[in-house]
Design a protein around this ligand. Sequence first.
Ligand SMILES: [Zn+2]
Length: 366
Amino acid sequence: MLALFKNIKDRRTLLCLSAAAILWGGLNLPVSAAVARPTIQPVMSSGDPASASKEAQWSGRRQLYEQMSAATGIPWFRFAAIDQYERTLAKKGASGQPVSTRLTAIKIPAPVWAGPLNPDQGDTSPNSISFFDGFGSDGSGDGIADPENDADVLYSMARHLLKYGQSASDFSIGVWEYYHNGRASQRITQFAKLYEHFGRLDLSGNAFPLPLSNLYSYRSTWGTGRSWGGARIHEGTDLFAPQGVPVRSTCFGLVETKGWNRYGGWRIGIRDIENRYHYYAHLSGYNKTISRGDIVTPGEIIGWVGSSGYGNPGTQGKFPPHLHFGIYRDRGITEWAFDPFPLLKQWENQEYRDLKNKRSKKSAVN
Ligand SMILES: [Zn+2]
């Protein structure tokens, strides 16, 4: 079958046809219907409206990715990864902007969409965009290449990616060629891995980094000078606990960093799907089964509380044992630390509530 497509142009033509066929004929389910569906889907009867609308959004997005995947052969989780990457960047300064009705967050700049030399930077004609070597094409079948249309955007992205091939490494190259940013390709590769592993878009849910007990204590220490964290200002929260208390992953995520750091000691860094980097320092040791690139779930033991750091590899005991926990948010070019204390409190309270609910259910059964 592959031999039939000697060059990309042939393959593209075929893709155009198959995309149109699948999106408009084969499935009998126009993309516009899929886009509109989440808003009219009945929401779950219990729970808060915010989470219900999140569910609807996830299911709408998933449908869109699956349709594009059927049309282009690109797995749904790669569309999801690019979309999620742009979504995590778009959060910054979003207030005051009109609420978008789009399902996806991928924004393609006008000169890229229309072509840098295109005199009409708002061009939506697939033919003239193609003439000016623009990125935009029509994925929804209405004859218009609209950068605000989810199907058009995903389909244009798919056409770009397919120039490089279908494998995971081809995907990384395609992403790199689009963003020209190593951080972007790393994140998108990580997100694709997470989505593929769990097979779903909902990767919310957290755990407190230490097992609930009366063994630990912590308070808000954001920005104080007194620190064993490894930063000049204290970028995190110190949770004091005896040596050897288990340290658990706070999120669904991917182990990005593991090893010795002069200040952090034995430390581990985990990237979550919100593009946040969860940082755990001064460990006495690691869970030996966890390596860089591994996927972890909330509550999974990643190591143990210790007092490592502030010296050469193996240095311990220069300060009382504690877990230094920090969270950094990736903004595309730089990472910013933010105060993890409110989140820690929230996760701890949530776990206490869940535990209480479990106990009351148990006693109701007995
Ligand atoms: Zn600290």
